[in-house]
Design a protein around this ligand. Structure first.
Ligand code: AMP
Length: 287
């Protein structure tokens, strides 16, 4: 496994690999890796000859009051995990490497980014689409793997690839959870013991929603209300950013779950913002 910090060197390697007809699979991350990330590496490993994991805490996707400065980092542990899973290249650039002082070009998705997390985190998706477009141009992958944990991000990236004609196949991996159901996240490390116990309520509330749907309730107002009461009881969140039920493709709110829909929640427990989601009717997750 090699670790590259220069974007020029990464791009030169990628060009060489492609000249040798190697299939490059990219897994973009912000580091502090857990099994959710590694599940994406396993998908990339199966589908490509060379797996590149990028590790970059991207400043442009954090708002001024957000956790950019205290975002957790552990490069040694990340490298060990990558080595174990057969990652070929870790691309870990510095912020200066990715953004010149006079950087002035951004990529912005104008529709799917507006609701859900886009509402509570203005500018977030502009940062995401910009860094992902840059990573695509530097790593030159044929395949890029993202997690369904960030369902809105996944749709925004699919749109980015379609609308800007990136010749890249986007593959989505299912949400990997802790044994009690909490979706794995680097940010879970912020939670105190008490907050960690409450955090499992996020997943429980989504399970209640899925059960209601299976029992014939498709009215989204009823389902949202049940999610809210469950969250308030189990999670006692400091705030609820949103509980939204949207069409999976358009991310627009729906009154009834008739076609593939995304139930997404974002809550704050203490200072930690947690997101989770479920897709109904539930799909057989392929991976
Ligand atoms: P992050 O490092 O949090 O920016 O995440 C990097 C990638 O890993 C994104 O595509 C996330 O959706 C994905 N990811 C994060 N947590 C999970 C999880 N629990 N299960 C599956 N994928 C995840």
């Amino acid at each position: 496994m090699i670790i590259i910090s220069s974007s020029g060197e990464m791009q030169a390697q990628a060009i060489q690999l492609r000249q040798k007809s190697m299939r490059i699979g990219l897994v973009p991350t912000m580091g502090f890796l857990h099994d959710g990330h590694m599940s994406l590496v396993r998908i990339a490993r199966k589908m490509s000859d060379i797996v590149v994991l990028s590790s970059f805490v991207n400043p442009t996707q954090f708002g001024p009051a957000e956790d950019f400065n205290k975002y957790p980092r552990n490069e040694g542990q990340d490298d060990r995990l990558c080595e174990l899973e057969g990652v070929d290249i870790v691309f870990r650039p510095s912020a200066g490497e990715m953004y010149a002082k006079d950087h002035s070009v951004y990529v912005e998705e104008m529709d799917l980014s507006s609701g859900l997390c886009g509402q509570s985190r203005p500018g977030h998706f502009r940062g995401v689409t910009t860094i992902v477009a840059k990573l695509f141009n530097i790593v030159l992958p044929q395949i890029a793997v993202f997690g369904r944990k960030d369902a809105q991000q996944a749709r925004v990236i699919e749109q980015l690839v379609r609308d800007l004609n990136f010749p890249i196949k986007i593959v989505l991996g299912q949400i990997i959870r802790e044994p009690d159901g909490l979706a794995m996240s680097s940010r879970n490390s912020y939670l105190s013991a008490n907050e960690r116990e409450r955090a499992v309520g996020v997943y429980k509330s989504l399970c209640i929603a899925a059960d209601l749907y299976r029992n014939g309730v498709s009215d989204t107002a009823t389902i949202s209300n049940r999610i809210r009461s469950s969250l308030e009881k189990e999670c006692r969140p400091d705030s609820i950013d949103y509980i939204d039920i949207v069409d999976y493709m358009t991310l627009k709110k729906v009154d009834k779950i008739t076609i593939k829909s995304l139930i997404a929640v974002a809550v704050r427990i203490g200072h930690t913002r947690l997101i989770d989601n479920v897709v109904l009717p539930s799909e057989d997750n392929q991976y």
